[in-house]
Ligand binder design. Structure first.
Ligand code: PLP
Length: 878
């Protein structure tokens, strides 16, 4: 496109401001500018081999695939840089622009190379560029270590939001923690989960840029002192026990076909300078080193619990550390233009992703009152106007309630502030409900009892102007159940924001064949406006369109079958029904219910070896929290059942080829974003079978449907909204409703009754108990069996028969491939609502009150680097 243009532009012509930053000398200017920004094949190729030599210090003879990956990553990063700087300059540093600050302890952003190439429209060019290396682009993309800085849905939501914010040109910063070790790598050994540390930074991270000049100081421990200042005002001084430094590492987040490159700013903990001084002065080297270890431990590792609270002090340190760094950073930015904090809420919208960053409410109060000398009322007004709070769970075991002893030891000043907030809040409550002592106790930020605790969700509700749930049902339950009293006090704060996922990552990058097929039919508008997928409905009877849809699904299934053979050594038939459940292992998600269906199918085949059954491949993947024994046992049971089923000759009688079988069971290790990208495009059936009322939203349900899978699911989370939109006739519904679940629990639930009255269920449970799947070992799975028979907290037995019958309907429907195909197309065509672009637009309109701010590049720059998508979406075909 700009072949040779670099020369011409510099011949006596005006050099745009941004280029001056890059050009170190006039002499070097021509070459440097061109190599680092040019978007054509020749320039990229030159940059690619230059980076190989000058950054990786390798030449072609020595370079590994990883060296080439790094060289390409730097080549791509260079092409994001000036749009990134422009975004920073025109948005964050501009007075009249409001910026969204998304605070999240987790970001599950996935590999960056493929996404960045797609979003800047360089995918096809890059494929040509790497040819000379002897590797193909796909090989290089596989080299990237995934940044696993999250557990599951919550962290992935934050990542989808960043993609949408940049694509929609909304000024935003994502703030979080740069964990040195992300979510552990899961290995399956003898059928059980083994956790391996995730050393994702081992070979360096080409996407991040450290910013030591923006380092912040964070205090911990110690005590507080009250005093009166020169103006006679009451003040409090916090004398900390120690201070820790936080250094930000910035990662560019480029939107699709947009000039906006927002920042993901992750904080890394370092020992403070005082540490160094101590070494020299005190001679107490051991203690000084211990302090260094304390500091640097803070961002060492991600806690691997999903939807589960563990009151560990280190976790509170992490939360306070990143929130304090972020708020100081935001205030530093603010004060560059403004000295009147009244304007603060007009400049920044702070969103707290679940309660993990909720300490921010007390920290902003502390910064405003103690460090910037605002009066309490003024500071409180600003704080409330600034924060929004997203709740992600109703599960009581997931609610953060910090014991006062830990809290007071680590954050003595914040505890005082929280007591003060609570006192003023409860005074209001008492004024409104003078007689109702119990209501006051229920609303209090402090849970009374032997071990008093700070209820972080309550602090978040009181300290925010907006509170939202993440799906219609979830918000309904929030307002009528968990936050009922708060809803009664201030109903206007509450709203629903149903989650979404980015179609760039989850269709364009993950399923490039389907993306191209769609674009060929309806153009590429759907990539930024997913509602346009509706136009596909017109082709639901178009034979050519249908054939290709089916062909693409088939090829995706073949790709996954190959992967399964490579990783698990199991032959699976791409013509069988791919029935898939991938998500964190959790009892409420009911992987066990799925497995009970597998065992039931197996028993049916054994009983009637010549029955005409629809062949199925049932695929599981998901990590269990290392301390969650029951979840780990479920993984072991899945693998044990797989062993028996996959090796039973009675199951495989359909033909002589190894993959020809009527039932196969596969557990894929180490579920992460990269694996998810392989899995969704290959699914026929999406398992979304949580106990009604337990899954706040779910997002894999959306990703599956977008890729043409049909859902078997309960009326839980976003399933309800998916079903309403794709059409009830295109969704396999089973199970109790939320109301029926509560009713059943209220009247006393007896799993035994179901066990005794359902022979198929009894048989399956008895087999597990008898050691049928554990080589005769009757003890191994006893905890599972006992838990089901005696408690069955998640009502697997109550939903079993409904689920089995629904699965029979699934199989019958699959026999009619024409009808199935129609349902598959209609599912994908009607998922437009579930784009995270829609979700972000709603947050922007209702909670953040922010507008898009298009980033303007210089004229000649527009021509060269503004992302011109040359081809349609041919983008990703491999
Ligand atoms: C989408 C996604 C999730 C969330 O899945 P749910 O089934 O909604 O819980 C978790 N992990 C990864 C890697 C994902 O991509």
């Amino acid at each position: 496109m700009n072949n040779g243009n670099g020369l011409k532009k510099h011949n006596g012509k005006h050099i745009p401001h941004w280029k001056k930053h890059i050009c170190r000398t006039e002499h070097a200017a021509i070459q440097v500018e061109d190599d680092r920004t040019g978007m054509d094949v020749e320039t990229l190729k030159r940059a690619f081999f230059d980076n190989l030599y000058y950054i990786q210090a390798k030449d072609k003879g020595w370079a590994t695939a990883h060296d080439y990956y790094m060289a390409l990553a730097y080549t791509v990063r260079d092409r994001l840089l000036h749009r990134w700087l422009k975004t920073v300059e025109q948005t964050y540093f501009k007075k009249d622009v409001k910026v969204v600050c998304y605070l999240s302890a987790e970001y599950l952003i996935g590999r960056q190379l493929g996404k960045n190439l797609t979003n800047i429209g360089l995918h096809d060019v890059a494929r040509q560029v790497v040819q000379e290396s002897g590797y193909d682009l796909y090989d290089l993309m596989e080299q990237e270590d995934e940044p696993g800085l999250g557990n599951g849905g919550l962290g992935r939501l934050a990542a989808c939001f960043l993609d949408s914010l940049s694509t929609l040109e909304i000024p935003a910063i994502g703030y979080g923690i740069r964990y040195e070790y992300g979510i552990f790598q899961q290995v399956i050994r003898d059928g059980t989960q083994v956790e391996v540390p995730d050393r994702w930074l081992r070979f360096g991270n080409p996407w991040e840029i450290p910013r030591p000049d923006y380092t912040m100081e964070v205090k911990f421990g110690g005590h507080t002192e009250a005093f009166t200042d020169e103006q006679g005002r009451y003040q409090v001084r916090w004398i900390p026990e120690r201070t820790v430094l936080g250094t930000p590492y910035d990662t560019p987040m480029v939107g699709y076909n947009s000039n906006t490159v927002n920042t993901l700013r992750l904080w890394s903990a370092k020992a403070s300078d005082e540490f160094n001084l101590q070494i020299f002065n005190s001679g107490d080297f051991a203690n000084a080193v211990a302090d260094k270890v304390f500091s640097e431990n803070i961002t060492k590792v991600l806690y691997p619990n999903d939807n589960n609270y563990q009151g560990r002090e280190l976790r509170l340190q992490q939360q306070y550390f990143f929130v304090s760094c972020s708020l100081q950073d935001i205030i530093r930015n603010f004060l560059q233009h403004d000295d009147n904090f009244d304007n603060f809420p007009n400049k920044f919208a702070l969103q707290i992703n679940d309660t993990h960053p909720t300490i921010g409410v007390a920290e902003l109060m502390r910064l405003l009152v103690d460090e910037h000398q605002l009066g309490w009322d003024k500071a409180w007004d600003i704080t409330q106007k600034t924060f929004g709070f997203t709740n992600h769970t109703l599960l009581s075991e997931a609610l953060e309630r910090w014991s006062l002893s830990i809290f007071g030891r680590l954050l003595p000043r914040h505890l005082e502030i929280i007591f003060e907030i609570n006192q003023r809040f409860l005074d209001e409550v008492r004024a409104k409900y003078p007689q109702d002592i119990e209501k006051v106790a229920r609303l209090s930020l402090i849970e009374e009892g032997a071990d008093k605790r700070v209820r972080m969700a309550h602090l978040a509700c009181v300290g925010s102007h907006a509170i939202n749930g993440v799906a219609a049902l979830h918000t309904e339950l929030l307002t009528h159940d968990l936050f009922r009293d708060f809803y009664e006090l201030f109903p206007e704060k509450f709203s629903n924001k149903t989650n979404g996922v980015t179609p760039r990552r989850w269709i364009l990058v993950a399923n490039s064949k389907l993306a191209l097929h769609i674009t060929n039919k309806i153009g590429k508008g759907w990539i930024k406006n997913l509602e346009e997928l509706k136009q596909l409905e017109a082709f639901v009877d178009d034979q050519e369109f249908r054939d290709q849809w089916r062909q693409i699904k088939q090829e995706n299934k073949q790709d996954l079958a190959e992967y399964i053979l490579q990783t698990n050594g199991i032959h699976v038939d791409p013509n069988s029904l791919f029935d898939i459940q991938v998500k964190r292992l959790h009892e409420y998600k009911r992987q066990l219910l799925n497995l009970l269906h597998v065992i039931t199918l197996y028993n049916q085949i054994k009983q009637n070896p010549h029955a005409d059954v629809v062949p199925r491949t049932v695929i599981f993947a998901g990590k269990a929290a290392p301390g969650y024994a029951m979840a780990k046992l479920i993984i072991q049971l899945i693998n044990s059942v797989a062993d028996v089923v996959n090796n039973d000759p009675d199951v495989g009688v359909r033909g002589s080829v190894p993959e020809a079988s009527r039932l196969k069971v596969v557990f894929l290790a180490n579920y992460n974003v990269a694996l998810a990208q392989r899995i969704y495009p290959a699914a026929d059936v999406s398992e979304q079978i949580s106990t009604a009322g337990k899954e706040a939203s779910g997002t894999s349900n959306m990703k599956f449907a977008m890729n043409g899978a049909l859902t078997i699911g309960t009326l839980d989370g976003a399933n309800i909204e998916i079903r309403d939109r794709v059409g009830h006739e295109n969704f396999f519904l089973f199970g109790l409703t939320t109301e029926q679940v509560s009713q059943m629990k209220a009247q006393g639930y007896h799993p035994w009754d179901y066990y005794n009255s359902n022979p198929q269920l009894k048989q399956a449970i008895d087999q597990i108990a008898s050691g049928y799947f554990s080589k005769g070992d009757r003890d191994l799975f006893k905890p599972l069996v006992e838990s089901l028979k005696n408690r069955d907290d998640y009502l697997l037995f109550a939903d079993y028969q409904s689920y089995i019958e629904c699965q029979q309907q699934v199989s019958e429907a699959y026999r009619n491939q024409d009808k199935w195909l129609r349902m598959s197309i209609l599912n994908a065509a009607r998922t437009g609502y579930f784009s995270s672009d829609r979700t972000i637009r709603e947050y922007a309109r209702d909670i953040w009150h922010v507008q898009p701010v298009p980033v303007i590049l210089e004229d000649d720059q527009q021509e060269n680097a503004a992302i011109k998508h040359r081809s349609t979406t041919s983008i990703n075909s491999q």
